[in-house]
Design a protein around this ligand. Structure first.
Ligand code: MN
Length: 440
């Protein structure tokens, strides 16, 4: 796990005032990465780091004398239209750039340096983003026990999760081609649906459109085929974490997923937030990874003292829905649920160790979905399926509308942040995606 250092100091401030505002997502302790360009231009996309309401343009910064050594090498790698080469440099390079940016952005930076950096800032409101890396492979996990229990009861009418759930982090290999960055719109998919009691499936537009609140785990350095990543090294292979919405067509899913798992119900769209919060920035929010004594204990290859001590991360998460009507009438979105990633049954390190145990190679820029994040309490479910009991108890939106499943024009917003006494609040920004009518 990352040790705390001066870049986590709750009392550190930036000369950029917007970074010091209470509740800001991007204070100097955060410094998340994305790929961006000025909106509406044909500029090349390049890496950027968020500070307050600005983006530090890493391509511009790498061309100044402000950086040297490992930080300069890292900024050059991150100045490309995709962050894969930067990811491949590994934790020492990532940290060198974080520390250099911190020194340049903090109160009391040398006036000459400050002037160099000021010329590299682009307002976030003038930026547009792309998917931050070329995603070679995408894997979606299923690691929330509360979500798994809810789904098992609602979709399969069984009392408990499958016996493997408590022994290994379940996952399926997903599809990278339709992963889009916040702002993504997509058409409601057509597909095969088997109505209850029917003898043959119907070909129709999905009638049970849902979202899944997840986190995206970005692989930094990969591993060679045949060389598993052990628990002790697993997090050194993770660059950082973003918000991820695994849009799900529930009616298509229940018919197609036996016996090999989700296919078309999941591969039409996945929306991620543009900003990747680094594992370094998340260090203050590590918390114990508990496994009840009454549950199976992890096999050795999935266990480590560090994981038990601090394998979980307290990332607060919220899902909001903005209907087309709310948007047209100028109202804000309605909050559907809130929870924390700390409830997850399997940790990030366990997902990486398990994924590679048999010799599978991970590559820089691979993306792991955490699986839907549902907490134990009411209002903590990460999918509408659970909140609305498979459509039986529609969720009120507070304006007379309600939702059993998503309707055309609905936008789903994911938000995430970390906060606790003695540490700086850091945020993930937002992931927003919108369902459009099916192309019939
Ligand atoms: Mn999922």
């Amino acid at each position: 796990m990352t040790a705390l250092d001066h870049t986590h100091d709750v009392n550190a401030h930036s000369w950029l005032e917007s970074a010091n505002a209470a509740g800001a997502d991007f204070p100097i302790q955060n410094l998340p990465f994305s790929v961006f360009r000025r909106r509406g231009t044909q500029q090349a996309f390049r890496g950027g780091v968020a500070i307050g309401d600005q983006v530090v343009d890493l391509a511009a910064l790498a061309a100044t004398p402000a950086l040297e050594g490992a930080a300069l090498q890292a900024a050059r790698a991150a100045a490309q239209p995709a962050l894969n080469d930067f990811f491949a440099l590994g934790p020492a390079a990532w940290r060198a750039l974080r520390h250099a940016l911190f020194a340049l952005l903090k109160d009391g930076a040398a006036p000459g340096q400050l002037a160099l950096l000021r010329d590299c800032l682009v307002p976030q409101r003038e930026a547009e983003h792309s998917v931050p890396a070329r995603i070679g492979d995408y894997t979606d996990f299923y690691t929330s026990l509360d979500h798994a229990l809810n789904c098992t009861r609602l979709l399969l009418a069984e009392g408990d999760v499958t016996p493997n759930f408590r022994w290994l982090p379940i996952a399926y290999h997903g599809r990278a081609s339709t992963i889009g960055v916040s702002g993504q719109t997509f058409r409601r998919p057509m597909g095969q649906v088997m109505p209850p009691g029917a003898k043959a499936p119907l070909y129709q537009a999905c009638a049970r459109m849902d979202y899944e609140l997840e986190l995206g785990i970005w692989i930094g350095q990969g591993n060679a085929a045949g060389e598993p990543i052990a628990m002790a090294q697993a997090e050194q292979h993770v660059f950082g974490i973003c918000l991820l919405n695994d849009w799900s067509a529930r009616d298509i899913q229940v018919w197609e997923m036996a016996p090999l798992g989700p296919f078309l119900a999941k591969n039409f769209a996945t929306t991620i937030s543009p900003w990747i919060v680094t594992m370094d920035a998340l260090a203050p929010y590590r918390t114990a990874w508990p496994r009840p004594a009454t549950d199976p204990q992890p096999l050795d290859y999935l266990d480590s003292p560090a994981n038990r001590e601090a394998g979980a991360i307290d990332i607060r998460l919220e899902v909001w829905l903005e209907s087309q009507r709310a948007r047209q009438e100028g109202r804000g979105p309605a909050r559907l649920s809130s929870t924390s990633f700390r409830h997850q049954y399997w940790s990030v390190a366990q997902m990486v160790a398990h994924h590679t145990m048999g010799g599978c190679a991970l590559n820089p820029g691979d993306l792991l979905g955490s699986g839907t994040i549902s907490g134990p309490g009411p209002g903590e479910a990460g999918a509408l399926l659970e909140l609305a009991s498979a459509g039986r108890n529609p969720v009120p939106l507070g304006d007379g509308d309600e939702r059993g499943f998503l309707e055309d024009g609905d936008a789903v917003l994911l938000r995430g942040w970390c906060e606790k006494p003695g540490a700086a609040r850091i945020g993930f920004g937002e992931s927003r995606g919108t369902v459009l009518a099916a192309l019939r």
